[in-house]
Design a protein around this ligand. Structure first.
Ligand SMILES: [Zn+2]
Length: 179
């Protein structure tokens, strides 16, 4: 199981040395719900491209002594199965829907893939935001709607409600193939 985690430092600081951060302690297994302390279970590497800079980062893993399954801590700036960070993707989507040139050198295929996925997920993202009290009126056009939602998602997680949102599967991983 992957859990989204609000990284307390910049991605570059984390990539330089994982000792720069304190990892959370889990007193309850998110999979089997046993009230046991999860054991640290090493790291696995993955690539992350943050604003065009590639990093090899370590993903922290935990093992549940009760169900023997592992939980990994995916920093919130990353999505599962996406190399690029969420802010770059959001900036790119905002630019695309506004008819501007996307920042950074993303291939047309990649941008098109992101755009289609975002549009497909848009109703689920909007309803997740609404459930969390987002009251802003949305424009009628699909592009305009997408811009507004992408703006909202990039303000987050500096938003005071981020703790709530972090636990929301849709908002933590809004580019997922399914929820
Ligand atoms: Zn467990």
């Amino acid at each position: 199981m992957q859990i989204s985690w609000l990284l307390p430092v910049e991605p570059s600081v984390y990539a330089a040395d994982v000792k720069n951060v304190t990892f959370p302690v889990f007193e309850e297994c998110p999979i089997c719900k046993s009230l046991v302390r999860l054991q640290r279970h090493g790291f696995y590497p993955r690539y992350a491209v943050v604003w065009g800079i590639a990093y090899l980062i370590k993903i922290c893993r935990y093992l549940c002594p009760s169900c023997q399954r592992t939980v990994s801590l995916l920093p919130l700036f990353l999505f599962c199965h996406f190399q690029h960070d969420r802010e770059s993707i959001l900036a790119c989507l905002r630019a695309f829907f506004s008819g501007k040139k996307p920042p950074g050198a993303f291939s047309r295929q990649l941008v098109s893939f992101w755009r289609r996925r975002f549009i497909t997920n848009l109703p689920a993202i909007i309803s997740a935001l609404r459930e969390r009290g987002w009251l802003s009126a949305l424009p009628g056009g699909e592009k305009e709607k997408a811009i507004k939602v992408a703006e909202r998602l990039s303000f987050w997680p500096s938003d005071p409600t981020s703790k709530v949102n972090l636990e929301n599967r849709v908002l933590a991983n809004f580019m997922a193939l399914s929820f």
